[in-house]
Design a protein around this ligand. Structure first.
Ligand code: NAD
Ligand code: DAU
Length: 352
């Protein structure tokens, strides 16, 4: 079968990646979607059960640190576009083990760029679209927003590695004329979020009546976006974005951590039939994260005005859907927290 486009999506078994894969596979049957993922602790093929039999979907277990595999995949599938999400993504892990972030986020990205450079002799119609984060801009004071022209000032090893990868993508655009686009998004939440990050960790802990560890005084601000709206933004930028441009993605939805946690506790109590205040009693203030960024807030005017993208759900709607999803998918939570899902790959794919 001849496909209109052969799109390599890296990190497709992760939190955001599975939503991007699902959207592209279902919306564009004429595109072949090749999901490249190393299936680290954060990658889970159970996230993609509903698309794995689709004729325009292929899974390749591979590591972006393995150049031979990247070259084989570019050659075999005649890749003409890359949407690069594969990364080490958790700030706390980057504080414990910065080098893992240097390898995957920086060297892995350069490996992909080198492979594109080698295989894309004719650059027309090609695109290397890099998915990045607002954390590259560092921390805001009480006022103001990150725009596309805000200077980079990363504070954690994670954000430093993402900032570096953004710079490499830009540099390959300038030096080797690879058609590149970068987007920098705020905090995502939604189904399939690994329960080490604030929202899914706290949902899981409330379900198991475990303490809710709020870092420092809890007065840190994040700008939350529903993951399916991020996937829609990626679709929009992939199809309508201008080469060499960067786009900020966010929902103008700032919450102080402690206010968000209280909202989550109230909503969970209602859904679980608990007496009001039950979950709030689990809040425990713990030692702060080193280098903790005070506030993130995205100015998403450019993507809205130039490309016509806007979030589709309110925070209350998205959070309610998210909680319901976790309540209905406790088996998924048990699997990912036990590492059991790794056997799924062995059963489903290894002998194919
Ligand atoms: P995630 O940790 O849930 O998923 C990462 C995926 O990458 C996993 O499936 C993992 O198996 C895969 N991976 C890791 N190392 C790999 C390697 N060496 N080779 C191949 N695959 C590898 O991450 P996420 O939250 O879905 O984030 C995806 C991307 O979006 C990242 O680049 C992240 O920086 C960016 N981002 C995330 C957020 C957010 O709030 N989660 C916000 C903005 C940007
Ligand atoms: O802004 C985009 C970024 O958002 C992405 O690039 C990252 O990949 C993603 O992990 C996320 O980073 P954060 O560090 O903002 O997310 P996290 O869920 O780890 O933390 C959100 C806030 O909650 C932050 O201020 C730290 C705080 N926190 C987090 C955890 C896990 C707590 O107070 N307690 C916790 O147990």
């Amino acid at each position: 079968m001849n496909f209109e486009r052969n799109i390599l999506i890296t990190g497709g078994a992760g939190f955001i990646g599975n939503h991007v894969i699902r959207l592209f596979v279902n919306k564009y049957p004429s595109y072949r979607i090749i999901n490249l993922d190393a299936l680290t602790y954060a990658g889970n093929l159970e996230n993609l059960r509903d698309v794995e039999e689709k004729p325009n979907y292929v899974f390749e277990k591979a590591n972006i640190l393995d150049i031979k595999d990247l070259e084989r995949i570019f050659n075999e599938y005649k890749i003409d576009a890359v949407i690069h999400l594969a990364a080490e993504s958790h700030v706390d892990r980057s504080i414990l083990s910065p080098l893992d972030f240097v390898y995957t986020n920086i060297i892995g990205t350069v490996n992909l760029l080198n492979t594109a450079k080698k295989y894309w002799k004719d650059l027309s119609g090609k695109l290397f679209y890099h998915i990045s984060t607002d954390e590259v801009f560092g921390s805001l004071g009480e006022k103001g927003f990150f725009t596309e022209t805000t200077a980079y000032a990363p504070n954690s090893p994670y954000s430093a590695s993402k900032a570096s990868s953004d710079h490499f993508v830009r540099a390959y655009g300038e030096t080797f004329h690879i058609p590149v686009i970068i987007s920098n998004c705020s905090n995502n939440y939604g189904p399939y979020h690994f329960p080490e990050k604030l929202i899914p960790l706290f949902i899981n802990n409330i379900m198991h009546k475990k303490p809710l560890p709020v870092y420092g005084d809890g007065k840190y601000t994040r700008d939350w976006l529903y993951v399916k709206d991020h996937a829609r933004a990626i679709d929009t930028i992939f199809h309508k974005g201008k080469i060499s441009e960067t786009y900020n993605i966010g929902g103008f939805n700032e919450w102080q951590n402690i206010e968000l946690v209280k909202l989550l506790c109230t909503m969970m109590d209602e859904k679980l039939g608990n007496a009001p205040g039950t979950s709030e009693n689990l809040i425990t203030y713990v030692k702060d994260r080193p280098g903790h960024d005070k506030r993130y807030a995205i100015d998403a005017t450019k993507i809205s005005k130039e490309l016509g993208w806007k979030p589709s759900v309110t925070f209350e709607e998205g959070l309610s859907e998210t909680i319901d999803w976790y309540l209905e998918n406790q088996q998924w939570l048990n699997h990912v927290t036990s590492g059991e899902y790794q056997h799924y790959y062995e059963q489903q794919y290894q002998n194919r």
